[in-house]
Write a protein that binds this ligand. Structure first.
Ligand code: COA
Length: 336
């Protein structure tokens, strides 16, 4: 292994213009602004307007990240795109993005690790870079949830939580011995026995001969189903666990971390995690109140907001932690 280290050199994000408030949702199902805010912290989220696709969102975020990195799309060595709401059944959204960006014949692929997908993708990019195989990789998280949610009382438990958005980063090899910035440690976990506790069953090639039937649609099995309390319970246990594990691997003390970027699934989960570890709230920015849960896009969106404001400055330590369907969970620790 060489002494190469991965460094995030550019960030970008994009959300569609359409704002959907809790009050808007309350007109379509039996819910209320008070219920949603109390349970999740969400006030509003963005939805595509019926013409925008995941590739559109991903392209805007990617172009911003590439510009911020000061490179050209033709200088990328690969594209990794994390999503649970792909443009088509196949190929992955990354291929449509590949065409849009007009990149040379570099490899690209979609990675499916749901709300931990961005950190899983970052780990892949880190592996390619540290092995010396590649020097510059575009990592994107992009989701269009709104076209796959059930906006009725039956689907209210998930319909109120998710939003559309995309976030992107450029990861480059940092071979400069004097520059201490870059990824210090990353740890990934999964527990597949809980795969059905937060999932979309159909269409799928696993159990239904025709993948989708009228019956499945009538039963709403093409919409997400979630055991909310179970997800909550696991998230508040696993997130502190993997955060500690990764800080240990990076030889970093919890108190030395300047910024904690938690996956934006539920403000209550993140408050619980921060409290249990004694992390002051001012070190945990959030955007869930504006964007809801954007799954694989949530962390890169939050990172972009922090990087473009005064929240994250060169030399500071940032820890990013996710939990999601699978179940999956992960943390990355980096010096900015
Ligand atoms: C979803 C979540 C907010 C629900 O909160 P909760 O306090 O656990 O609520 P419950 O699921 O027990 O539901 C309580 C009641 O509210 C109802 N309810 C569910 N969604 C509702 C909504 N949008 N509006 C109003 N009532 C709702 C339920 O039907 C239930 O009614 P009942 O008591 O008559 O059966 C919470 O479980 C959670 O955040 N879980 C984690 C979700 C998550 O993070 N998912 C993404 C992971 S990446």
């Amino acid at each position: 292994m060489t002494s190469l280290r991965s460094k995030i050199t550019g960030t970008g994000m994009y959300v569609p213009a359409g704002v959907v408030t809790n009050h808007d949702l309350a007109k379509r199902m039996d819910t209320s602004d008070e219920w949603i805010q109390q349970r999740s912290g969400i006030v509003e989220r963005r939805h595509v307007d019926g013409t925008e696709t995941p590739t559109d969102l991903a392209e805007h975020a990617a172009r911003r990240a590439i510009e911020a990195a000061g490179v050209g799309a033709d200088e990328l060595d690969a594209i990794i795109l994390a999503t649970l709401s792909p443009e088509a059944e196949f190929p992955g959204t990354s291929f449509f993005l590949h065409h849009r960006l007009g990149v040379p014949e570099i490899p690209c692929f979609d990675l499916r690790a749901q709300c931990s997908g961005f950190l899983y993708s970052l780990a892949c990019a880190d592996g390619f870079i540290r092995s010396g195989t590649m020097r510059r990789i575009l990592v994107v998280g992009a989701e269009v949830h709104s076209t796959g949610l059930e906006f009725s009382t039956r689907g209210r438990d998930t319909a109120v939580l998710f939003g559309d958005g995309a976030g992107a980063i450029v990861v480059e090899a940092n071979g400069d011995g004097d520059d201490r910035s870059g990824l210090l440690a990353i740890r990934l976990h999964a527990q597949g026995e809980h795969a059905r506790r937060l999932w979309i069953e159909a269409p799928g090639s696993g159990i239904h001969p025709t993948r989708i039937t009228h019956e499945l649609i009538d039963e709403g099995r093409h919409f997400p189903r979630m055991e909310g309390r179970m997800v909550f319970k696991h998230a508040v246990t696993r997130m502190p666990e993997v955060l500690r594990e990764t800080l240990d691997a990076a030889s970093v003390k919890l108190d030395d971390v300047d910024l904690f970027l938690f996956h934006q699934a539920n403000l209550r989960i993140n408050e619980f995690v921060a409290q249990s570890l004694g992390i002051p709230p001012e070190k945990c920015p959030s955007n869930i109140e504006r964007y809801g849960n954007c799954s694989a896009a949530s962390i890169p969106m939050l990172l972009d907001e922090a990087a473009r404001s005064d929240r994250l400055r060169p030399g500071q330590l940032v820890a990013m932690t996710a939990f999601g369907s699978g179940f999956t969970w992960a943390t990355a620790v980096a010096r900015w």
